[in-house]
Design a protein around this ligand. Structure first.
Ligand SMILES: Cc1cc2nc3c(=O)[nH]c(=O)nc-3n(C[C@H](O)[C@H](O)[C@H](O)COP(=O)(O)OP(=O)(O)OC[C@H]3O[C@@H](n4cnc5c(N)ncnc54)[C@H](O)[C@@H]3O)c2cc1C
Length: 484
């Protein structure tokens, strides 16, 4: 059902979307649903951004995101609308493990971001020791003081103050590294755990707040996936857009946007286009590059670059891994110095659909490298941008051996690939929410402009999809109204 108007019909409003990641594709679909004639410009040769599949040793595997949070129905609703409703799958319930400096053990399951709802739970005591668990339990009786009234509060400061150093280092730091590629001391608590601060205030302790939030969460696994990989979401979105007559141009980096006589002029590698509405759904740095020439205030709102992340995927023959020795994978705690990876996903243990494809004895391991520490990167050895692919591959073999407790050698490998992400994981650093509000306010001075994407919405598909839908609906409403 192409979106073009027919003779006698009013001319459709037009919009351009800059960026063909999930935020851009969802925005384009939402605008097309409102009858708007949409063109998407994507800088690279393929759409999807962090959500796409690649071929490793003959298997189509996710190159970036491989799941979505189930705390909201944003992604599952979208998948259903795209005909993927029957393809939604749950991960294996075994759950992840923690690699501590001295040993590996299952990650306690009762927490949020690694913060335990019950510090005296046996799994927590096993991970941090009895003395540290007792210190963490004191959170229940310690006065809140003025901690929650602080203008800016990091996840690290909240956890350290309420539950002590061990909970932070041994439980929360590895989870934050796995999810945000960042140290809890740089993460804004209000951005990564919205509502937690208020919940601590109303429940009187961090553990009670975490317990209440866990109780309020939907039953079942905290994440879900798509049979065949999350990349299918991008493929389904592209098929849907094609059906709606949306034009998607790849290798079409947008180099400038400006407004003339109430219309946007968009200059791209594919030529210059005019449109009435504009969504910028690029990463934060690229968005500021486009907006600052017209609104100089944007230069001061340029986001800090997020951590450079490298993902090494190994496909290997190793029957010993059939026993899933470390659940669905491991998060690596600080102090496990022999290991350079921050997390390992045993994808064939986590996703039964993938194990069915590879068959017994063949496995997929994904190891991720790089995190924002807020300290000089080289001092902690957390920046892998200078590493050649081959060096990262060798490191991944050593790390996989150490983490899985099973020798993983070059001779076992059927195929491997390194994918690097530079601007894909914006850091939700302390003060993030204020900066987002300032960006939104400044962008609001231009009519018929909306900004979408993870740098403002927050990392993760739920946040990105929810925000992109809301922003593009707002733009559609603006386009339906006469310009002021
Ligand atoms: C390795 C990895 C694993 C992840 N795992 C998960 C997960 O399991 N679950 C989860 O929920 N989230 C996960 N995430 C996060 C999630 O994937 C992202 O938050 C989300 O996909 C971001 O979407 P986006 O559209 O905002 O940005 P992006 O995906 O970064 O897309 C932005 C697009 O804009 C394009 N662009 C930039 N500048 C221009 C320009 N000037 N002109 C035209 N195009 C431009 C880029 O090429 C890119 O395609 C992961 C992220 C990474 C990197």
């Amino acid at each position: 059902m192409p979106n073009r108007q027919h003779a006698g019909q009013a001319k459709a409003a037009t919009a351009v979307v800059v960026g063909g990641g999930i935020a851009g594709l969802v925005s384009a679909r939402e605008l097309a649903l409102q009858g708007i004639d949409v063109t998407v410009f994507e800088a690279s040769g393929h759409c999807g951004g962090c959500v796409r599949r690649h071929d490793v040793a003959g298997f189509l595997l996710d190159a970036g995101a491989e799941s979505f949070a189930t705390r909201s129905k944003a992604v599952s609703d979208l998948a259903e609308e795209l005909g993927l409703g029957d393809e939604l799958v749950q991960p294996d319930p075994a759950g992840a493990w923690l690699q501590l400096p001295e040993s590996a053990r299952p990650l306690p399951k009762s927490g949020i971001l690694g913060i335990p709802a019950d510090p005296m739970e046996p799994g927590v005591i096993a991970a941090i020791g009895r003395a540290a668990a007792l210190r963490a339990a004191a959170d229940k009786v310690l006065p809140l003081g003025n901690l929650l009234g602080k203008d800016r509060l990091s996840l690290g400061e909240l956890v350290r103050t309420r539950m002590g150093h061990s909970v932070l280092e041994r439980l929360v730091t590895p989870v934050a590294a796995g999810v945000y590629s960042a140290d809890p001391d740089v993460l804004d608590v209000d951005s990564v755990a919205p509502g937690l601060r208020a919940s601590v205030a109303s429940h009187g302790s961090l553990q009670a707040a975490v317990g209440a939030m866990r109780k309020a969460a939907p039953a079942g696994s905290a994440v879900a996936g798509i049979n065949g990989g999350m990349g299918r979401l991008t493929e389904a979105l592209l098929a849907d857009l094609a059906q709606r007559g949306v034009s998607v141009r790849t290798k079409a980096r947008v180099s400038a946007v400006s407004k003339h006589d109430g219309e946007w002029r968009v200059e791209s590698a594919a030529g210059t286009f005019q449109a009435q509405g504009l969504v910028i759904a690029a990463d934060g740095g690229s968005a500021v590059d486009l907006l600052a020439p017209g609104l100089p205030g944007f230069e001061g709102l340029r986001p800090e670059p997020g951590p450079a992340v490298a993902l090494v995927t190994l496909v290997l023959d190793e029957p010993e891994l059939d026993a899933h020795p470390r659940g669905t994978g491991l998060l690596v705690a600080a102090g496990a110095d022999r290991i350079r990876a921050k997390a390992l996903t045993h994808a064939t243990a986590k996703w039964p659909w993938l194990a069915a494809q590879t068959g017994p004895g063949t496995h997929v391991l994904r190891l991720s490298y790089g995190r924002a520490t807020g300290k000089p990167e080289s001092a902690r050895g957390e920046d892998f941008t200078g590493w050649a692919d081959e060096a990262l591959y060798r490191q991944a073999l050593a790390d996989a051996t150490e983490l899985m407790g099973v020798p993983v050698a070059d001779a076992d490998i059927l195929g491997w690939k390194v994918v690097r992400w530079t601007a894909a994981l914006p850091s939700a650093t302390v003060g993030h929410r204020d900066r987002v509000a300032a960006v939104r306010e400044l962008a609001g001075t231009w009519e018929r402009l909306q900004l979408a994407g993870a740098w403002l919405a927050g990392t993760g598909l739920v946040a990105v999809v929810t925000d992109a839908r809301a922003r593009s609906r707002q733009l559609a409403a603006e386009l339906a109204a006469p310009p002021s």
